[in-house]
Design a protein around this ligand. Structure first.
Ligand SMILES: Cc1cc2nc3c(=O)[nH]c(=O)nc-3n(C[C@H](O)[C@H](O)[C@H](O)COP(=O)(O)OP(=O)(O)OC[C@H]3O[C@@H](n4cnc5c(N)ncnc54)[C@H](O)[C@@H]3O)c2cc1C
Length: 396
């Protein structure tokens, strides 16, 4: 069904390149558009990728290359005084799911997928944004910031949470809502810092949480969520926001154990990524255009499932395109299968996000006392998320 079909994929983050490789496998003629230029592929910090995402990624690239720069997914929990109160290990995951959760730079995944596209001779147009899509009965005319492209048979919108493809095909869909939180963090090299990859140290500070980890190439990666009532403008993100965040974070963590303040002080480049809540989209596709990844259903980063969900999507869409008789039947089956799972994960992430408010002393006392037991329960609670194998699961 896909052999020699002309396909346009919009977005060169994670879902886009992964889908490009799969469509190439199906014999399609693929072009990918990315609005950033190639050097900007390094933007972003790191993200969690869990067994359900790694199993798909292993089908697309040589995963050993990903392990050149990573940090373990296990978490040690500390209270504000630096006392360890619980740990969430991931050792059991290899036996149970085949893979173990890790943290990797977003750019490492993206670059490896782009290298793979290059090997396969897939055309990538950087610095080119989609502006409009004109659908006729069986073709789509893509209009880009650099002019019109040749008509194509199908378009896949993998252009992230602020998807232009989504706006074009569903102009009345609700826009993502700013949650008053920014995901912030930094990557830094500190002379004399420990030399082995270390699990995440997650501190429940007096006024906010703070996480940091040591990567396999001896850098410190830290992250936290930062409350900001007003949504930052692009200009603020580029100019004043870094200083604002740094000063406020130092104050927020004033009473917490010392390494936290030190890490914030030493950070010269703080990345801030506003967190949005995306209202559920009723449909993910039209006759010839289908959305995938964040463009269809972005989730907040609170349980680290954004990249893994995008990869799951792509594998399921590939399998539907491979077996269904028409693209439209494949899109329908893809959407029907994916929606319930995605919805459940988004709800879980929302719950975690809402719980990240300022702690009260009674809650802190019970948290320190019971977290250890609660973690055991958490492990089981995530089983249905991690055990999902998009390459094998029955597509109902
Ligand atoms: C620059 C950037 C940095 C990020 N950093 C982090 C991070 O540090 N931690 C984290 O947890 N998540 C981060 N994310 C989000 C994370 O990558 C996604 O949630 C997840 O991986 C799902 O991937 P996706 O491919 O669906 O979307 P994305 O990874 O968002 O990819 C979408 C791609 O589409 C491109 N694009 C957008 N509009 C257009 C257009 N009109 N025409 C052509 N191309 C377009 C974007 O430049 C982007 O490369 C980041 C996203 C971006 C875009």
């Amino acid at each position: 069904m896909m052999v020699n079909k002309k396909i346009l994929i919009v977005g060169g983050g994670i879902a886009g390149p992964a889908l490009a490789i799969y469509c190439h496998r199906l014999g399609a003629e693929v072009t990918l558009l990315e609005s950033r230029n190639e050097s900007e592929l390094d933007e972003g910090l790191f993200l969690g990728i869990s067994p359900n995402g790694l199993c798909v990624l292993s089908d697309l690239i040589d995963l050993s290359k990903l392990y050149r720069e990573y940090s373990p997914g296990a978490i040690n929990f500390f209270n504000a005084k630096g006392k360890k109160i619980a740990e969430l290990d991931t050792d059991h995951q290899v036996e149970k799911y085949g893979w173990q959760s890790i943290q990797v730079k977003r750019s490492s995944i993206s670059r490896l997928l782009h290298n793979e596209m290059r090997k396969l001779d897939i055309t990538v147009l950087y610095d080119t944004s989609i502006v409009n899509l004109k659908e006729t009965d069986d073709q789509v005319l893509p209009i880009t910031s650099n002019g019109n492209l040749e008509p194509v048979d199908l378009v896949f919108g993998a252009d992230g949470i602020h998807s232009e493809c989504r706006r074009i095909i569903f102009p009345f869909a609700h826009k993502p809502k700013y949650t008053h939180q920014l995901s912030t963090g930094s990557i830094l090299s500190i002379p004399g810092w420990c030399f082995e990859a270390k699990p995440v140290s997650m501190t429940f500070g007096t006024r906010a949480f703070f996480g940091y980890t040591t990567s396999s190439n001896h850098q410190v990666w830290w992250f936290n969520n930062y409350y900001r009532k007003a949504e930052p403008t692009r200009e603020e993100i580029k100019t004043t926001l870094q200083k604002e965040i740094k000063n406020n974070l130092i104050k927020l963590h004033e009473k917490d154990h010392p390494p936290i303040k030190e890490l914030i002080r030493q950070s010269t480049d703080i990345f801030a990524y506003p967190i949005y809540d995306m209202p559920e989209l009723e449909m993910w596709y039209t006759s010839n255009v289908c959305l995938v990844g964040d463009a269809a259903h972005a989730t907040s980063p609170h349980i680290g499932q954004g990249a893994s969900l995008a990869l799951e999507d792509v594998a399921i869409l590939y399998r539907c395109l491979k077996t269904e008789k028409s693209p439209q039947a494949a899109f329908a089956r893809f959407q029907d299968h994916r929606k319930p799972r995605v919805k459940k994960i988004i709800q879980q992430a929302r719950k975690v996000g809402n719980s990240k408010s300022k702690p009260n002393p009674v809650a802190v006392f019970f948290r320190d006392l019971f977290l250890r037991h609660f973690i055991k329960f958490e492990k089981k609670k995530m089983d249905w998320v991690y055990a999902y194998d998009a390459l094998q699961v029955r597509i109902c």
